[in-house]
Design a protein around this ligand. Structure first.
Ligand code: F6P
Length: 340
């Protein structure tokens, strides 16, 4: 069978569906830098960049050396494409405008988490890069600010991730389904290996960090208790549980074989509505799920409809199989209705 490279696929999207040439440049830039990040991840201790960097990011999390290096690589790569007016990253306090002051308007903004699942870096477990592309709302060449990024996920133009696992794969959508490309380590070429991926409607697996159970809201406790009861409870079937502690890996598993992923809000800190970040974790992953026939809510409402209030906003996340996300969302709404 003839192999379809990422380049061939993007060319076909331009030709057949009018995919914007500048967006193709950006996706090509992300693919190229992900290849370099993949090599660094693969080298591990031999690359001399494992361990802590000795700093914290804006959310107070310890930065790993590889977080910092991959962030620098992503920033350079997206600006080098010449089509990005500003980028925002988990590792940067504020958005960063493109350095060139040449009076040229650049059409895109991009948000990314350069290395999701950092706690897995030093133990050789899957990690990834997540990205979300938005339109630059400025009609002139002026520098975008954080406020320009505050667009709902429904406005994303491209979104996806690269997973650095046993294989390196780039998975993304431009609004016409979800496609998976696998990096051929010999040629350095991404090859289409799963076209138009679909999430099965019902699930056999769930992913949640159960160590937080005592802090969850009642609807989450109810939903998980029912899953754990298996054949002996109202669900009438057994479920299996997985937790990789890297959202990229959980989402990838769900796209490949189904299931539901949850990171609910909890009552430890009422000012913190969940752990995951809306703009560069929840939004891109939610769009992928919806494009693959799944669902994504914050327990109450569609994540892609939320209007962000700040760049590093956190959000509760329930995503994956349609039936499961609808069920746990219904439990939240029932509980809210009950309180009125
Ligand atoms: O960035 C957040 C993240 O690393 C996700 O990739 C992952 O799903 C989650 O945190 C793991 O959280 P915890 O450490 O609570 O298991």
């Amino acid at each position: 069978m003839q192999e379809l490279t990422l380049k061939d696929w993007l060319d076909a999207q331009m030709r057949d569906f009018g995919l914007d040439a500048d967006l193709v440049k950006l996706l090509t830039g992300v693919a190229a830098v992900s290849r370099d990040i993949s090599r660094l991840v693969e080298a591990g201790a031999l690359g001399g960049i494992l361990g802590l960097h000795g700093t914290q990011n804006v959310q107070g999390e310890e930065q790993k050396e590889l977080d910092v290096v991959s962030n620098e690589m992503m920033v350079k790569a997206v600006f080098d494409t010449g089509v990005v007016a500003a980028c925002a990253s988990e590792e940067l306090d504020h958005s960063l405008p493109a350095p060139a002051a040449d009076g040229v308007r650049r059409p895109y903004l991009i948000c990314f988490d350069p290395l999701d699942g950092s706690s897995n870096i030093d133990i050789n477990v899957s990690i990834g890069t997540i990205f979300s592309v938005l339109v630059n709302p400025r009609s002139d060449a002026s520098a975008p600010t954080d406020e320009d990024f505050l667009q709902p996920g429904d406005r994303q133009l491209a979104a996806g991730y690269v997973i650095y696992g046993p294989q390196t794969q780039m998975v993304f959508t431009v609004g016409r389904g979800v496609n998976m490309f696998t990096l051929n380590p010999r040629t350095g070429e991404y090859i289409l290996t799963n076209a138009n991926v679909k999430v099965p409607e019902s699930a056999k697996e769930f992913a949640i960090n159960c160590s937080n159970m005592r802090h969850w809201e009642q609807p989450v406790k109810r939903y998980i208790a029912e899953l754990l009861e298996g054949t002996t409870g109202v669900r009438g079937k057994d479920f299996n549980m997985r937790w990789v502690a890297a959202m990229v890996a959980e989402v990838h598993r769900i796209l490949c074989r189904g299931g539901i992923f949850m990171y609910p809000r909890d009552n430890r800190d009422p000012s913190r509505p969940g752990k995951l970040r809306l703009m560069y974790e929840a939004n891109p992953m939610s769009w992928l799920m919806e494009q693959a026939g799944g669902r994504a809510t914050n327990g109450r409402t569609r994540i892609l409809g939320l209007v962000p209030e700040k760049l590093h906003q956190r959000v509760a996340v329930f995503l994956g199989a349609r039936e499961e996300v609808e069920r746990v969302t219904a439990y939240h709404l029932e509980e809210d209705g009950g309180r009125c």
